[in-house]
Write a protein that binds this ligand. Structure first.
Ligand SMILES: [Zn+2]
Length: 366
């Protein structure tokens, strides 16, 4: 009797421990499960890279953005990629001094880098200092600038990729504000970096495009025209540069949509209607270039050709207004305007290409 009493006394705390462990394991299991099922839900914290981000952001830069964001407690590392894209197209436009004096990979004004306490600083912030002074970490500390020596080479150099990205992260974190022009503190930080609404729009357009699960319609980032259950596929322009029908001795089996010149490059293209992505591939694709095909109900299919980046995967269910890719000039592009960037849009019915115009007249005031 005595022994069984002891067993009983001991088993109570033991049981409590076991129950706690079971609850813990169960909780971990469900959180793991939810992180898997989150895949198809929109996520806007900017942490999850979507297909366009994977295509466009040079992969060697991603760890730099991520480390910089971590260092300065910036939740949304993709914003650094977006700024780098808008400033110097990931450094492919050159990192030398701009006409207004901005310099390096993300085009810092010298006074922001060095610190506005520098005696030559004022006005737009071009300042007047030697390059030796500009990259001197001790002087930057003295004058209160944002330039940092991230790679530990003793210089804080805006023309060094790590130094530039880490400094941008430091700047954004320091300039987040809940009372500013925008309700989003991160937008206020980007506005502080370059005081222009178009700049904030451009940076956030890329931020959203690069993030996973971006649906333009729901986020109101680009003006979407929705009539019934269909959406005009090019949010930024309704300009048709080539209609369906005879062209150059053959039949143009779709319509071309774009503005003039190269201004359309990289702008979002959205799905005409809810549907399933049946084709999403890079390459020549019979002249289409990078192309997305979406199957809708009642034998209807739409084709989005010459894209610069693909935004959806084959087999994916998508909504009207969801970004399927970005406008480009891949494939066989013949255009009299600019470099030929345009959307070639086709409508298929029961396996045959048809004139898309009747489907689009509601937007065109026809
Ligand atoms: Zn075309």
């Amino acid at each position: 009797m005595k022994i069984s009493k002891w067993i009983l006394i001991l088993s109570i705390p033991l049981l409590a421990i076991i129950i706690t462990l079971v609850i813990l394991v169960f909780a971990m299991g469900t959180s793991l499960l939810s992180s898997f099922t989150d895949d198809d839900k929109p996520e806007f914290d900017g942490m999850i890279l979507g297909p366009i981000g994977e295509n466009e952001i040079p992969s060697e830069l991603i760890p730099i953005y991520q480390r910089a964001a971590e260092q300065y407690n910036l939740d949304q590392w993709i914003i650094l990629a977006a700024i780098h894209r808008v400033e110097t197209r990931f450094s492919t436009l050159g990192v030398m001094e701009s006409p207004v004096g901005a310099t390096g990979h993300v085009q810092f004004m010298p006074c922001t880098w060095m610190g506005w306490g520098h005696p030559s600083c004022g006005g737009l912030g071009k300042g007047n200092m030697s390059n030796g002074d500009l990259i001197n970490p001790e002087l930057i500390t003295k004058y209160g600038g944002y330039g940092v020596d991230a790679n530990g080479d003793g210089k804080a150099d805006p023309s060094d990729i790590e130094d530039a990205i880490f400094s941008a992260a430091k700047y954004l974190t320091a300039n987040m504000s809940t009372d500013g022009k925008y309700s989003d503190p991160l937008k206020n930080a980007v506005y502080a970096y370059n005081h222009a609404d178009w700049y904030v729009d451009e940076v956030f357009m890329h931020f959203n495009l690069y993030s996973s699960g971006y649906i333009a319609k729901e986020n109101n980032q680009v003006p979407i025209s929705m009539i019934g259950d269909t959406v005009w596929p090019v949010p930024h322009t309704k300009n048709i540069t080539s209609p369906y029908g005879s062209r150059w001795g053959t039949i143009h089996e779709g319509i071309d949509i774009n503005q003039a010149g190269d201004a359309d490059l990289g702008k979002p293209i959205v799905a005409f209607k809810n549907g399933t992505v049946v084709y999403s591939r890079t390459g020549w694709n019979g002249g289409w270039g990078n192309v997305v095909q979406v199957e809708h109900s009642n034998g209807l299919k739409t084709v989005y050709a010459h894209l610069s980046s693909l935004g959806v995967r084959e087999g994916q269910q998508i909504s009207a207004g969801q970004v399927v890719g970005t406008m480009g000039h891949t494939g066989n592009v013949r255009s009299s305007t600019g470099k030929g960037t345009h959307l070639h849009f086709e409508v298929w019915l029961n396996g045959n290409r048809i004139d898309p115009t009747p489907y689009l007249t509601p937007w065109l005031g026809g």
